[in-house]
Design a protein around this ligand. Sequence first.
Ligand SMILES: [Zn+2]
Length: 434
Amino acid sequence: MASANVHPASEPARWKYLDSVRTRPGPFTDASTFNGSVVARAMETMKVLVIGAGGLGCEILKNLALSGFKDIHVIDMDTIDISNLNRQFLFRQEDVGKSKAEVAARFVEKRVRGVRITPYNCKIQDFDEDFYMQFQLVICGLDSIEARRWINATLVGLVDENIEDSYKPLIDGGTEGFKGQARVIFPTVTSCIECQLDMHAPRAAVPLCTLASIPRQPEHCIEWAHVIAWDQEKPFPQLDKDDPEHINWLYQKALDRAREFNIPGVTYSLTQGVVKNIIPAIASTNSVIAAACCNEALKIASNCAPSLGLPDANYMMYSGNDGIYTYTFRHERKDDCPVCGGQARDLPADAAWTLRELLDSLAARPEAQLRQPSVRTATKTLYMQLPPSLEEQTRPNLDKTLAELGLDHGQEIVVTDPAFATVIFMFKLKFKSR
Ligand SMILES: [Zn+2]
């Protein structure tokens, strides 16, 4: 066994147990090359980027600092709101209105001596490839799918097979109420966030027949009041989701229906949550997911154990909705992934659809989720969102059918979206009528 080289830390007691992991060889280290002090040193000089300084981000920053990372950078464009204080524990009342990235950075720096955290109070899209190239590891604690897709496409785009440093592992955490996920992406090697986009399908609506005939959950009763009873009775001319009187009307209706079917659990706040589509953020779920993400970071940085993605499972899902359940599996790369694949993806369509209907379907399809698509074929521009002059020129095409535009079954189309400027989405039309 190699000698346990304890690196010169400023507060040895704090790092004692971490160093037991970092400085000693383990079952997964290569005995011939292992040098414990090198591992600790490498972690200290590794540049780690954290995206998001909110519920997950606060946890991630704290965990990274206490895991021995010393050069941490954090991007968050948001300022602190009073409603953040119940779980974003690096913020205090007097911080309301200040930059999340800056306050979080200063707090952790103060508590964990020797760690440097560089905050950026801006959007991830404000930086170019050179900026992202400087990091060795990227960890996302975001609530936006769009931002995840953007950083994923950027990191995949950085990969140059001749430059070893161009592979930046991406660790992504996400939570929704009692559910969450942690996943690791080795760009171009393992399945990427775009490959996995259908895991973030917009939530499926409860079928109308369930609402109308056999509600099983309090939410079904609320949706019934919202979708059916409101329309039938029209208690107010227009539903205003911020008007307590309106929400109270829905709540009473839902409560009556819940009593009829013996369903407990309808409350005013649940009614508000369902109608406004609010998913509560739960502090402990954030802790669980952030901890999983930071353990992956420690493993990738120190090689003390195999991380997710090497070589098999790359996706951990956690559910606390009904007891506790975790499941780790391998999400496969997709050859037709617009970011890391290269093949055109089949797009179900119909010759009788208008171009507008085709574009609307791109927003709705779980594997596309493109809200501002521009579309062209190899030879012809069909519709462009920008610049305004081209938009105006191509707008009449929106009301033409695909057949009228000369598009045929099997035709390849190219779609772009300003939200993902570097990505070219290639689709192959598959007409239903064939
Ligand atoms: Zn991919």
